[in-house]
Design a protein around this ligand. Sequence first.
Ligand SMILES: NC(=O)c1ccc[n+]([C@@H]2O[C@H](COP(=O)([O-])OP(=O)(O)OC[C@H]3O[C@@H](n4cnc5c(N)ncnc54)[C@H](OP(=O)(O)O)[C@@H]3O)[C@@H](O)[C@H]2O)c1
Length: 241
Amino acid sequence: MSAGLDGKIALVTGASRGIGRAVSLALHEVGVQVVASARPSEDLVSLASELGDGGIIWEGDATADELLSRISGMDSLDILINNAGGNRPEPFVDVSDENLDFILNLNVRTTFRIARESVKRMKLGGSIVNITSQMGHVGSPNRTVYCMTKHAIEGLTRAMAVELAPEGIRVNSVAPTFIETPLTKPMLADPEFEAFVKRMIPMGKTGQPEDVAAAVVYLCSDGAGMVTGHSLLVDGGWTAQ
Ligand SMILES: NC(=O)c1ccc[n+]([C@@H]2O[C@H](COP(=O)([O-])OP(=O)(O)OC[C@H]3O[C@@H](n4cnc5c(N)ncnc54)[C@H](OP(=O)(O)O)[C@@H]3O)[C@@H](O)[C@H]2O)c1
């Protein structure tokens, strides 16, 4: 069965590295025109050459108004992958106001604002995938702010799905476990933490960005035409226990 995505236009935030990059390349492979957004970097330059004519690069900060203006200037948008996000793990009682505001702004406020602007450009058949986390379903030490933000986006996903269903716009999330990306590299470099993570994942291994990308492509495809308000866990069984 064809994915039915050939010729569609997708905006991917946080496209330069990790999960966003894998998602951009996977969508490109099934014929999607990818608008790849991130701050300027060598990674973004190399992504541009991998996407070639099938890609448009938007350099800029996802938290800034400029990105919203660019979205509002689009003729149309079929797919939004709301991926830009981050974490600063620390014990609950030590969380600084600066880190609290940074993570809330990037993971919640920015995700919300980009989705709100994107929906105005979408027509019947539009699809939004928010990249949340297994931490949007469970709790874990040193991750109070991160878990709070990802639970928030799981709620946003469901509420948007219900409100936008009559307009033919589907809204889902993909909720990964620990995936090997630049974000988790320093965390998994600690052998004790890596052992904890692998103990918690029944499949006994961390995930790859391509595992997440495959789930995203499915949710955007015709095959998921009746799927909305769903959170697709790509977690090797972490949350099934
Ligand atoms: N890796 C995991 O284990 C894991 C698990 C569950 C969920 N997630 C979620 O998946 C998403 C991607 O994670 P990742 O591991 O791929 O992270 P990553 O390796 O740190 O990559 C993050 C991407 O987002 C971009 N980005 C960050 N802040 C930005 C900003 N203010 N403006 C524009 N772009 C920004 C980064 O590019 P620049 O910094 O160059 O702009 C980069 O392209 C996040 O929402 C994360 O919470 C990750």
